[in-house]
Ligand binder design. Structure first.
Ligand SMILES: C[S@@+](CC[C@H](N)C(=O)[O-])C[C@H]1O[C@@H](n2cnc3c(N)ncnc32)[C@H](O)[C@@H]1O
Length: 334
């Protein structure tokens, strides 16, 4: 017998304890505690007074946050790390920092993990279409847009054409990837395709970018509806993780068949290792897809390349993308 838990037991305890860490990280965000520290160092009592919180409870939350290096702490005062204000400043655009999902909502979904494994129905995650309210939809689209701009520029650089007339962005979300492609390929126009309900908010975002004249929106179910034909560039970004292998195989085949001759397809998603051993971030995303969608899953670039080969595309290759975590783009030509 030993007084100390074995390293294996300690590992299990640490994983279990990370639930408390997550709860503290997100609760403080939700009540605006980091935002309150943007103005400068403060005690738990001062923050509690400013935000109408319970100081006795806030203090241990902040102390653990400091221990976890989320904030800094000395002699009862807390402050943000240099450079962190941009993540938490409430006056900055939505979505720059942590996502705005409330803790209750998060745990409502994740707390059903065991039930979902036993076969309970999933509650579809809020997204651009479906059951979401207009406000949830706008939230989702604006969040995607705010985190994807650099990644979209990175993807646009990989388009293997020097010029193009017509671009199609399938499952476009806010349209961020199409806007970057338009910027790179002067003289081109883009057709943005997503669920019909997303149209009005996407039109607002395109207008804010000054691109109303170069884009059009078409509301479609890309799994079932006939796909618009004759595009030089087709972008399918962060969509294959929404669907099963069979659905994706069919979808990629139909997109390839609708491309203009010589046109290219770019499929972007998170990069699962070929042996499915990591990265951890992608495996966590796979769990999220499993508990929040009917058929969503994560795929390696090798699997996506296989769908492109089966669809008859040529010059198929994969390039690593780094702007937004570990992602790949699989590129093929018709
Ligand atoms: C994770 S978002 C990605 C948005 C964007 N492509 C990006 O990478 O930022 C997936 C998008 O695909 C859209 N989508 C998923 N399935 C679709 C379908 N069957 N028909 C039309 N749009 C779909 C969703 O509405 C959502 O906007």
């Amino acid at each position: 017998m030993t007084d100390h838990p074995s390293p294996r037991v300690q590992t299990l305890h640490d994983i279990r304890s990370s639930l408390d860490d997550t709860m503290v990280l997100l609760s403080l965000h939700e009540v605006g505690a980091y935002g309150a520290l943007v103005a400068g160092p403060a005690t738990a009592e001062e923050i509690a007074q400013q935000l109408g919180l319970v100081a006795r409870r806030l203090k241990p939350f902040l102390e653990l946050a400091a221990h976890l290096d989320i904030v800094q702490h000395d002699s009862g005062r807390f402050w943000l790390h240099d450079g962190d204000a941009k993540f938490f400043d409430p006056s900055l655009p939505h979505g720059v920092g942590l996502p705005s999902t409330t803790l209750v909502k998060l745990f409502e979904v994740k707390g059903r993990g065991a039930m979902l494994l036993r076969g309970s129905d999933v509650e579809q995650a809020t997204a651009a279409g479906g059951q979401s309210s207009p406000a949830q939809r706008a939230d989702f689209l604006r969040y995607m847009d705010s985190v994807s701009r650099e990644a979209a520029r990175e993807l646009a650089e990989r388009i293997p054409l020097q010029e193009a007339r017509r671009i199609i962005d399938l499952g476009c979300g806010p349209g961020t990837y199409a806007y970057a492609a338009l910027e790179r390929l002067g003289g081109s126009r883009a057709l943005l395709v997503d669920r019909p309900e997303a149209g009005p908010e996407i039109a607002r975002i395109a207008a804010e970018r000054g691109l109303t004249d170069r884009v059009e929106f078409q509301g479609l179910d890309i799994r079932r509806d006939e796909l618009p034909r004759g595009h030089d560039v087709a972008i399918l970004s962060a969509v294959v993780h929404c669907y099963s292998e069979e659905t994706n195989q069919r979808l990629v085949g139909r997109i390839a068949g609708a491309l203009a001759p010589g046109g290219c397809l770019l499929i972007r998603d998170c990069a699962l290792h070929a042996d499915r051993s990591g990265p951890g971030e992608v495996l966590r995303f796979g769990v999220n897809m499993a508990i929040s969608t009917e058929e969503g899953a994560i795929y390696s670039a090798e699997e996506v390349e296989g769908w492109c080969r089966a669809a008859g595309l040529r010059d198929i290759r994969t390039e690593a993308l780094e702007e937004l975590g570990e992602n790949y783009v699989v590129i093929g030509r018709r």
